[in-house]
Design a protein around this ligand. Structure first.
Ligand code: C5P
Length: 250
């Protein structure tokens, strides 16, 4: 697999024009994008459709946590738009996760990834909402729940990638946001446990999500190409990308 497909560029912008400008600047170097709640709310889903039509992978980061019927409907809508990845909160529990997985099965390319513990959270944040486990323990618990519900992958902090890879085996996607580049001080401020992309891959991530450090760089294509080249040289991303070949029917 093209290494740049494993580096998912987060298009966290307020307008479609700003997002499209980054896509344009990345050109062929940019093969995978994440569209989250900010851009979706501000600009609607048309960019999902146009990116998918251009052959890009699109992670629609909906972070779903709703009744099963609504989750299934949203996953189906993501599939119709051509998204290749959609996120659901693992803490929603297995009935909701299974509803998402069943809905995604209609779309052969669509992967359901379950969000374990949001990367900005620390143990004290979990305690505040009544979870006495550490972030690591809670991440492992939710990751197993997600895998057993048939999810294709999990979203977790790079810090937890190695443990998750050991726990979940080689076939499950491990998508890690919360990565940054040493050159970009702003990007690190709301990451409780930031890591460099190569570290995340070396630890077992199949994909990394990187936003501001890349999209706000003077030359985003050069930054993305440099990450891909570093991955190629280090061999950190030569492990299987975690793509299951069967559809989401478990
Ligand atoms: O920080 P950066 O701009 O690279 O963030 C890219 C994406 O990573 C965001 O869209 C967000 O969903 C995710 N992120 C995260 N945890 C953080 C910071 C960002 O999951 N602490």
């Amino acid at each position: 697999m093209d290494l740049t497909r494993r580096v998912i560029v987060a298009l966290d912008f307020d307008t479609a024009e700003d997002a499209e400008a980054v896509v344009e600047r990345l050109g062929d170097t940019g093969q995978s994008y994440k569209i989250g709640l900010q851009l979706l709310t501000a600009a609607g889903p048309s960019l999902v459709t146009s990116l998918a039509a251009a052959g890009k992978d699109v992670f629609l980061d909906l972070k779903l946590f709703e009744i099963p019927t609504s989750v299934a409907a949203a996953v189906r809508a993501a599939g119709v738009r051509g998204a290749t990845m959609v996120s659901v909160h693992a803490s929603a529990g297995s009935r909701i996760l299974r509803a998402a997985v069943r809905a995604a099965a209609e779309f052969p390319r669509l992967r359901v990834v379950a969000l374990t513990v949001v990367t900005s959270l620390i143990d004290a944040d979990l305690a505040e909402v009544g979870v006495t486990a550490t972030t690591g323990e809670q991440t492992a618990r939710l990751a197993l729940l997600a895998r057993d519900a048939g999810c294709h992958g999990v979203v977790a902090a790079p810090h937890d990638a190695a443990a998750l890879r050991r726990l979940l085996g080689p076939d499950v996607l491990v998508v890690t946001p919360g990565v940054t580049l040493p050159v970009h001080p702003d990007a690190a401020t709301d990451h409780a446990r930031p890591a460099h992309p190569a570290d995340a891959f070396r630890a077992g991530a199949s994909h990394v999500v990187i936003g501001r450090a890349l999209t706000r760089a003077p030359d985003p294509a050069a930054v993305l190409a440099a990450i891909a080249e570093e991955l190629r040289i280090s061999g950190a991303a030569t492990r299987p990308a975690g793509h299951r070949t069967d559809s989401a029917t478990r």
